[in-house]
Design a protein around this ligand. Sequence first.
Ligand SMILES: Cc1cc2nc3c(=O)[nH]c(=O)nc-3n(C[C@H](O)[C@H](O)[C@H](O)COP(=O)(O)OP(=O)(O)OC[C@H]3O[C@@H](n4cnc5c(N)ncnc54)[C@H](O)[C@@H]3O)c2cc1C
Length: 377
Amino acid sequence: MTTSSDLEPGTLPPGTADLRAQVREFLAETPFTARADSWLTGADPAFSRLLGERGWIGMTLPREYGGHGRSPLERFVVIEELLAAGAPVGAHWIADRQTGPSILAHGTEEQKRRFLPAIARGECFFAIGMSEPDSGSDLASVRTRAERDGDGWRLRGTKVWTSGAHIAHAILVLARSAPASRNRHEGLGQFIVPLPDERVAIRPIRGLSGEHHFNEVVLDGVFVPDAMVLGRVGDGWRQVTAELAYERSGPERLLSTFMLVRLLHGRAGDRAARRAIGGLTARLWSLRQASLAVAGALARGETPELPAALVKDLGTRFEREVIEVAREHAGVEPDPGSPDPLARALAGAVVQAPGFTLRGGTNEILRGIVARGLGVR
Ligand SMILES: Cc1cc2nc3c(=O)[nH]c(=O)nc-3n(C[C@H](O)[C@H](O)[C@H](O)COP(=O)(O)OP(=O)(O)OC[C@H]3O[C@@H](n4cnc5c(N)ncnc54)[C@H](O)[C@@H]3O)c2cc1C
């Protein structure tokens, strides 16, 4: 494992400045509704397809599977620009960030040919079926069962907080395929369930604003043929842990409220406001350098578990502090219907903020990872 002290500073390779300029140009000439936390709340399938046409989804997937053979650092630049603009990337986000790479790593040839080109075109969206009503932080305690049935498996159980399941073309379900032994990490598997399916009920869970972004997903004996098992049944824990590394390490863990920082810059206000906004900007810069260093380590094939956990903990707390500074100094009330973009962005951010430090693993769990990595636990 890479420890925080040996993480090398991240640098972007030559050529990424051009790529960044292309993304900015695209964003300037393409109409879209900008919003805070757009990677979770901004689902626009037509926008996803436009990005797919530009080659900005599935960037790191190999060309033979419809991807673009580009480096993780080039992807970093593209998603940094999309997030900074509050672009509606939510529909394809999960497939691009983690399911595509997981299928590439563990999938069969047939699965790669079926899903990866469609993911890269921005036409195939995935949902993450990990959490359950009583299994979040303690993911190995999942109770969804996979029971052998002929040449496949029947899944029974309930998943919860399933972001985007209502627009997804498939969900990757973590389920227990053998009774829990003393080692609870054994006996788990990952199963691809194409959606919709009459044996999968997807019920909305509405957020504070009444918007529908996540769901309860009830699997009522849905059949998964062996051809749709991802990787090896029994190896689900190792696979899911690798998937979480993609889920936890990206710049979205500090940029969910970046829009507010930008809009605040236009209204620097009094001395106290300028000091607060300046402070945020300085911290954003150092967090961004740390995030880039994590991306660089991943690009070199390392597993920077400790630094990624650290950056996610610091980054998600920063995202919340941006909201506090905006509330204190912007001189506007959060209002989703306001003509003022700052009031609108603030309203969107305020209702999403409680989830920042929970999703993808809570900050307490991340600090446990850091403590273990430093040998103090
Ligand atoms: C916006 C949002 C989107 C999400 N999207 C998805 C999704 O698409 N798919 C999916 O599968 N899941 C999703 N989740 C679920 C998310 O992964 C879980 O909420 C998270 O892992 C925490 O699990 P929990 O909610 O069950 O809380 P719990 O695990 O019950 O934790 C409750 C509290 O106890 C603390 N705690 C628990 N264990 C420990 C410990 N060992 N040490 C110290 N403190 C501890 C936690 O930090 C937390 O504060 C989403 C969550 C949110 C908020």
